[in-house]
Design a protein around this ligand. Sequence first.
Ligand code: ZN
Length: 324
Amino acid sequence: MNVRRRPISGIAVAAVTALGLGTLSACSGDSAEASGGGDGKLDVVASFYPMQYLAEQIGGDHVNVTTLTEPGQEPHDLELSTKQTAELGKADAVLYLKSLQPAVDEAVAQSGVKTKIDAATLTELENHGDVEHDHGGEEEHAESEEEGSESTLDPHVWLDPVKYAEIAEGVATALEKADPDHAADYKKNAETLTTKLDGLNTAYENGLKNTDTKVFFTNHAAFGYLAERYGLTQEAITGLDPESEPSPARIKELQQEAKADGVTTVFYETLVSDKTAKTLAKDANLKTDVLDPLEGITDKSEGEDYIEVMQSNLEALKTALGAK
Ligand code: ZN
């Protein structure tokens, strides 16, 4: 496993967790208190932001949501503290996306949490073949020989509003089962959310229908589902792991493709270094802009929540692709 993010000390994690909770779920109490605290709410642990957003939107007033990936922390190679693992074990429900964060998968498997909701089972994950599938942090994989195996599936499914809505419905069903007293509210909240996601999908369809080019460059290969949904082609500088280094050959290939396909912009993201993206842009005389994979929300995010950041992403894509 990649160890570039060393585990923070328990005390630091506790402090950050407390801060994070203050800003992220203003109406819920401290996580330690909330766990089995008898406030009648369902304690839901979410693995990272897109799962947190679903739990908060669908759970509403009936849940206390805590998140394992702190705001600003890049989620791919998350390591859990002992305290986080212990808190996870006390939760009523856990919502995660299997194969994105191996440490979370392991902790969930070993925990006795009653309601385990794996978002990857609530929609269909796909193999986006031509990108390197190296969430483990290796430099490069050979061609995808492991076709069909779990590790070749692209986990970035939340960036397709249609698939995200499917997950939302599955989460609602799971919460209805876990807490039948509030089933009607979970159903209603999920409907409100899926209506918003439908609107987002329509905005993307219309906004990206007529464009000068269909090709966009990104830092890591997070936008495979989004590209497929709207008939675009994603070319990622790195593979599925945001911090792997591209080969000189890959850079050269991208420079040539930029010319051939009328690519105007290299997108970078807020949670990882923009150095490679900016170097490529400079060498190939391209612009840079942010396309946010929504792996976390911070002060630097171009929006307060999933919907707002996705709207910013749409505007960025329209500009880069030359939408008419
Ligand atoms: Zn990613």
